[in-house]
Design a protein around this ligand. Structure first.
Ligand code: ZN
Length: 308
C-alpha cells in the first residue's frame, strides 16, 4: 500500500513546515529503504526521479517498506534556491544528523534524520548538479564499519564513477551519507543531472539506479542487473578560489586530467588572468561550476582522485 503522509515540524517558520513523503509497505517482510531527494531544492532531476519511481511502482512487488521523500528541503524548492536553505543560508547536506536546538537548517536536518533515516536499513540520497553546476554521474559512499554494504548500493546504482570518502578526509562534514554511516546505516549519495535541468536521461538514470538498488537489497522483487563497470576513486580534491572573479573552466566533467593539468583560470572584471587552477594530482572532474561568477572561497570543481 502506498500512503501519502506528511512530516509536520511545527517549530519551523511562522506556520510550521510540512514535508510530504510516500510510505510504501509491501505485503511481505523485508528491509526499510529510505530514499531522499530534494535535500538541495533546485536539483530537479533527482526530485522528478522519486516522483516517477513511486508513480510507476507496482506495490505487489514490494517486500518490506520504502519511505520516499521527494522534496526534503521544501523551503528551498519553493524559493528556487540552489544549495542552501533560505531561512539561514546553510547547506542542509552539511548539517546531518542535525540539532533539535539549532537554526532552521539544523532543526530540519534533525527531523529528517530521526524520522526517515535513523530506523532505515539502507539510505539512498538522490542529488544532481545544482543550477550553476555541470556534473558527470557518480555515487559517493563513506568509510565506515558498514562500508561494504554501502559500496554494494553504489555498485547497484550503476554510475560510471564511485567515490569512497575516508573518515579523516571528508571534503565536507554533515552529509546525509556520512551521518548515516556514522549511525551504522549503509548509505550512498547518487548524483545524476546537471544545471538544475529536467533532463530525461538524467531522470531515467536515477529511476533505473534506484530500482536496481531496491531489487539488490530485496525490497523489490526481481533480479538486479549484473554489476556495471565503474571507475573507483579514493577521495577527491574540491578546488576553491581565494579571490572572487571570473571562472573559466578548461576541462569538462568526466575527462581524465593529469597531475598539474590546467583545470581553468580566474580573471578579474577587466579580463586579466590572476590565477591558473591546476590539478594537484591526476583525477577526473565529476562536478564543475558553470557560472563564471565565483565569490571569494567559492567552489570551482570536484576532482576525484585517479587512485593510481
Ligand atoms: Zn545536491
Amino acid at each position: 500500500m502506498i500512503t501519502r503522509r506528511t512530516l509536520s515540524i511545527p517549530e519551523l517558520g511562522p506556520d510550521g513546515l510540512d514535508i510530504p513523503y510516500f510510505d510504501i509497505r509491501g505485503r511481505g517482510d523485508g528491509p526499510l529503504l529510505t530514499v531522499l531527494s530534494g535535500v538541495h531544492g533546485a536539483e530537479y532531476a533527482s526530485i522528478a526521479a522519486v516522483r516517477e519511481f513511486v508513480r510507476d511502482l507496482d506495490v505487489d512487488t514490494v517486500s518490506g517498506r520504502i519511505i520516499a521523500v521527494p522534496v526534503a528541503n521544501v523551503p528551498a524548492f519553493w524559493a528556487r534556491t540552489p544549495f542552501v536553505v533560505p531561512a539561514d543560508g546553510k547547506n542542509l547536506n552539511r548539517h546531518f544528523p542535525g540539532d533539535p536546538d539549532g537554526t532552521f537548517t539544523e532543526v530540519l536536518a534533525h527531523h529528517l534524520f530521526t524520522s526517515f533515516m535513523a530506523g532505515a536499513d539502507y539510505v539512498v540520497d538522490l542529488h544532481a548538479g545544482d543550477v550553476p553546476e555541470a556534473l558527470e554521474p557518480f555515487t559517493i559512499f563513506e568509510e565506515s564499519p558498514v562500508e561494504s554494504a554501502s559500496l554494494d548500493l553504489a555498485v547497484a546504482y550503476g554510475a560510471g564513477h564511485i567515490v569512497r570518502q575516508a573518515a579523516v578526509a571528508r571534503t565536507v562534514a554533515g552529509s546525509s551519507c556520512a551521518a548515516a554511516a556514522d549511525a551504522g546505516i549503509p548509505a550512498i549519495i547518487a548524483e545524476s543531472g546537471q544545471n538544475g535541468l529536467l533532463d530525461r536521461a538524467a531522470i531515467d538514470r536515477h529511476v533505473a539506479g534506484l530500482g536496481n538498488i531496491a531489487r539488490s537489497v530485496g525490497v523489490l522483487d526481481g533480479d538486479p542487473w549484473p554489476a556495471r563497470e565503474a571507475q573507483r576513486h579514493e577521495g577527491w580534491h574540491w578546488l576553491r578560489t581565494d579571490r572572487a572573479g571570473w571562472w573559466q573552466p578548461a576541462v569538462t566533467t568526466g575527462e581524465s586530467v593529469p597531475a598539474g593539468g590546467l583545470l581553468g583560470t580566474m580573471s578579474d572584471v577587466w579580463g586579466e588572468v590572476f590565477a591558473e587552477v591546476r590539478a594537484p594530482e591526476a583525477g577526473t572532474p565529476l562536478f564543475l561550476t558553470t557560472s563564471p561568477a565565483v565569490s571569494a572561497d567559492g567552489l570551482l570543481l570536484g576532482l576525484a582522485r585517479s587512485g593510481s
